[in-house]
Design a protein around this ligand. Structure first.
Ligand code: AMP
Length: 398
């Protein structure tokens, strides 16, 4: 990694090592972690530091508590899992800064681990507030960023604190992700097929623009396809859309055509007359081709689209997938995402899945072993694909 030290190159014995990890795991309403992929992915760095006799201070965000202390987003359940996985106690501190945290860290023995409470309970984390970054930095002698999933964010713990700690390095997970993604995405084997879904087109405009230079095929699903449908003058009923992005969607469609990129949109969608996210249920469902009637909301890609996308995916040499094809949190609208996961598994080329939701869909459809690479970072892998610098990485360079 250009100009960035690996954690292996640092002397960490007896040092207080602040590890910015990514423990942004999905929790069910009872606070149980439903997918521990990200915890597992963080273990190699933590275990290495413990073997070297470091005092390991773990920090992460979880969900979007919007700068307020909200126990629904507490990292406590993660502390319990870590203790089991590391086979040693993990002291959980109920704040990430302040006198108590400083004292607890000062009292740490070698080879011990503390986990700080959710960084985003403080609005200063996402605001990349300098005073807050300094408070975090004051806890540590060494800073290790192993949170690949938040490398694309310039927050206090992911970038802001780095200049205030004398030694800094990337952790093993960041190293592994970068090595793989850079190699496969910078010079992809063709046909290069990119599957994009998720809620909003606004999050993905930059990446679609960049992909027009790189990809042979872009397959669009999820909520974002309805903004494109509006751009094509279709009726989308009550589906999710961003009317202020319709013009942009039109431009992207035109650019794709001009560059000869095969940008595909669903030819049929599953829609429902009632979506209850809390109860995770749908009302009646119906398949619409082209236009969706008023009163119906598109919730998943339809069977014809699944077939079409799956055959593109199977024929590709490189496939990158980010963003679910439908509201996959609800079983009745998860089929499209599962079928896309299975198509990736059946593809003989290099298959890369980026981001928590898609990785979860891959796991739930039971085909993890047949995917070449499951990235822990959706947004970060998209930024890499876009060819943009990651603030977390840049901060390690300085
Ligand atoms: P993102 O964070 O942008 O990858 O979006 C993920 C979210 O997109 C998931 O929570 C899905 O439920 C949501 N999503 C996918 N398809 C749709 C759809 N057709 N309508 C509304 N939300 C959707």
């Amino acid at each position: 990694m250009d100009g960035i030290k690996s954690v292996r190159e640092l002397a960490v014995e007896k040092k207080r090592v602040f590890v910015r990890a990514d423990f942004n795991v999905p929790l069910d309403p009872s606070g149980t972690v439903t997918d521990d992929t990200r915890i597992t992915a963080a273990l190699p760095t933590i275990q290495y530091l413990l073997e070297q006799g470091a005092k390991v201070i773990l920090a992460s965000h979880l969900g979007r508590p919007k700068g307020k202390r909200n126990m629904q987003y507490s990292l406590q359940p993660v502390a319990r899992i870590l203790a089991t996985r590391l086979n040693q106690p993990v002291l959980f501190l109920d704040d990430c800064i302040g006198k108590d945290a400083e004292q607890a860290v000062a009292d740490m023995a070698e080879n011990s681990v503390v986990l700080l409470e959710n960084l985003r309970f403080h609005p200063e984390e996402e605001a990349n507030d300098e005073a807050f970054a300094k408070q975090l930095a004051a806890l540590a002698d060494v800073y290790v960023n192993d949170a690949f999933g938040t490398m694309h964010r310039a927050h206090a713990s992911t970038a802001g604190m780095a200049p205030f700690v004398s030694q800094k390095a990337a952790g093993f997970l960041v190293e592994k992700e970068l090595n793989f993604l850079k190699e496969k995405i910078d010079v992809p084997q063709h046909p290069f097929c990119v599957v994009l879904g998720g809620a909003k087109v606004s999050d993905k405009i930059g990446v679609i623009e960049a992909l027009l230079e790189k990809a042979d095929q872009i397959l669009i699903g999820g909520g974002m396809c309805f903004t494109f449908a509006l751009a094509q003058g279709k009726n989308i009923g009550n589906s999710l859309a961003e009317p202020d992005k319709v013009e942009l969607a039109k431009e992207l469609l035109e650019k794709a055509k001009a560059r000869g990129v095969d940008l595909r949109l669903p030819t049929d969608v599953v829609a429902s007359d009632a979506v209850d996210m809390k109860a995770r249920t749908l009302g009646a469902t119906k398949i619409f081709e082209s236009n969706i009637d008023n009163g119906w909301q598109g919730v998943d890609i339809g069977p014809k689209t699944v077939e079409d996308y799956a055959s593109c995916i199977r024929a590709a040499k490189t496939v990158f997938w980010n963003g679910p094809m439908g509201i996959f949190e609800i079983q009745a609208s998860a089929e499209g995402s599962f079928r896309i996961a299975q198509a990736l598994a059946a593809c003989e080329g290099t298959t890369i899945v980026g981001g928590g939701d898609c990785v979860k869909a891959v796991r739930q459809s039971g085909c993890t072993a047949d995917i070449t690479f499951l990235s822990t970072g959706g947004g970060a892998s998209l930024k890499l694909l876009e060819g943009k610098p990651l603030p977390g990485l840049e901060a390690l360079k300085r």
